[in-house]
Design a protein around this ligand. Structure first.
Ligand code: LLP
Length: 458
């Protein structure tokens, strides 16, 4: 089977679609996802866990909440790991059954808890004792018992970027391992709560299985202690975190290696294991397609200024993340360059002094491994459009998220009525200098129009 992202006849394709065709139809920048790649990674992750007898797979919606992507994953048997009512809305709209949804998140609002209870979601991952107390009361008032597990913080250094590390004791997530048994005992007896196990998630983009194994082993000890105290433990949520190779040649643990480790550590636990992969499923399934606007001389290396920016792909600016940059029509020539976007911050730089395919203004290129934490972290900073998303399936493609143009953002803003009234006067004054002519008019040819512009707004 051909690779989902491959050069054919000198042109980079996504499956059977040449990227210039997408650029022509949709414009740039744009995220482009491959159906085949999504399916392949979803199946590879499941296959890696073949030796785990009872399991549930919940895609971490935060990695890519695109409706079409979620629908594809639902068809692959994935439920959803959500962290907000908005993500629940997306998962439900994609056809994911409520029972297959797990609600993680350190700050669930009471309104969100109520919405999730009313929807009948499959599991609440409690982050603190008080949340369990509140959820229990809300469920009891509805005549329900909320299925829940307690998230513990194992105090393990996941060895990943500090901003995406979640399992050290100074992080905001979970309850301290030492306090877990006591909190569990206090929550377990409550009406309205079906407390049934433990959850853990120590971080994302994990390149080493050892910290995961250490954390899982601590969960195993806790499960044994809880059982010794007569608690019934039926579910353990092992979170997500499996890393991806972003740099050519970078070695990452395979799903098979991960699955073997999980099978080894959890042998004898006799529970249903939940998994919340995000990046592993979506990351390699998407690219960010961009056009080179200018190649500008720099102090050391030239700047390749592309039309994608930090607002479209925030990971390099936030985490110094590496995304491979590849020309859509590589000439075979190479250059050393800095790659930057149009946003007015030096942080809007994707790479410094990197050897890349030689590119010139007007060329198309992609940032690879952009299918996870890409479009979903986009913003409209600098009043830039919200980047569109395209899904390829074989020889066809469709826009699966529109480009939200600045006009639409403007239409969603409002001048309060009191400003509409008072604003007019000072603005007129500012526009009319002492000569009585509108600012800017001096630069226009003295046509009848510019002459009359002296009365602009009067
Ligand atoms: N479960 C929980 C409770 C999580 O907090 C996360 C990710 C996942 C699962 C999925 O982890 P994954 O399999 O994708 O590693 N924006 C950052 C990543 C933030 C991850 C947050 N939590 C980035 O672009 O690297």
């Amino acid at each position: 089977m051909p690779l989902p992202f491959d050069c054919r006849d000198g042109v980079l394709h996504v499956e059977d679609v040449a990227l210039p065709a997408i650029a022509a139809a949709v414009g740039t920048p744009a995220y482009v996802y491959s159906t085949a790649a999504l399916r392949t990674s979803a199946r590879a992750f499941r296959a890696g866990l073949a030796s785990v007898p009872r399991k549930q797979l919940a895609f971490a919606v935060k990695a890519n909440p695109n409706l079409a992507v979620l629908k594809l994953l639902a068809a692959e048997g994935y439920g959803a790991d959500i962290v907000s009512a908005g993500e629940m809305l997306h998962a439900r709209a994609a056809g994911m059954p409520a029972e297959s949804i797990v609600f993680s998140g350190v700050g669930k609002s009471r309104r969100e808890l109520a919405a999730a209870l009313d929807a009948g979601i499959g599991q609440f991952n409690l982050e603190l004792e008080e949340e369990g107390v509140v959820l229990a009361a809300m469920a009891a008032a509805r005549g329900l018992r909320a299925p829940a597990v307690l998230r513990v913080n194992p105090d393990v250094d996941a060895g990943t970027h500090a901003k995406i590390s979640t399992g050290r004791k100074q992080n905001k997530f979970g309850v301290a391992l030492d306090d877990a048994a006591a909190i569990y005992a206090r929550l377990a007896g409550r009406d309205g709560l079906d407390l049934r196990g433990i959850a853990i998630h120590i971080g994302s983009q994990l390149s080493d299985l050892a910290p995961l194994e250490a954390a899982y082993a601590r969960v195993g000890e806790l499960v044994a202690r809880l059982r010794a105290a007569e608690h019934t433990i039926t579910h353990v949520d092992l979170g997500g975190g499996l890393g991806l190779s972003y740099r050519p040649g970078e070695q990452m643990p395979s799903p098979a290696a991960y699955g073997a480790m999980v099978a080894r550590v959890t042998r004898g636990w006799d529970v249903t294991l939940l998994f919340e992969p995000g990046r592993f499923i979506a990351g390699d399934s998407g690219v960010l397609l961009t056009e080179v606007l200018w190649v500008k001389p720099g102090a050391v290396d030239p700047y390749v200024i592309v039309d994608a920016a930090m607002n479209d792909l925030a990971r390099p600016a936030l985490y110094d993340a590496f995304h491979d940059f590849v020309a859509v029509r590589p000439s075979g020539q190479r250059m050393t360059a800095n790659i930057a976007g149009p946003v007015c911050e030096s942080g809007d730089t994707f790479a410094m002094g990197r050897e890349i395919d030689a590119v010139a203004a007007g060329d198309l290129a992609v940032f690879r491994t952009a299918g996870a934490y890409g479009a979903t972290m986009a913003s409209t900073y600098n009043c830039r459009a919200l980047v569109p998303e395209v899904l390829v399936d074989g020889g066809r493609f469709a826009v699966v998220a529109d480009r939200i143009a600045p006009e639409a953002m403007l239409a969603a803003q409002h001048i309060p009525h009191w400003m509409a009234e008072v604003e007019a006067a000072p603005r007129k004054a500012a526009l009319r200098p002492a000569t009585g002519r509108a600012l800017g008019a001096a630069h226009r040819p003295r046509s009848r129009r510019s002459a009359s512009s002296g009365r602009l707004g009067s």
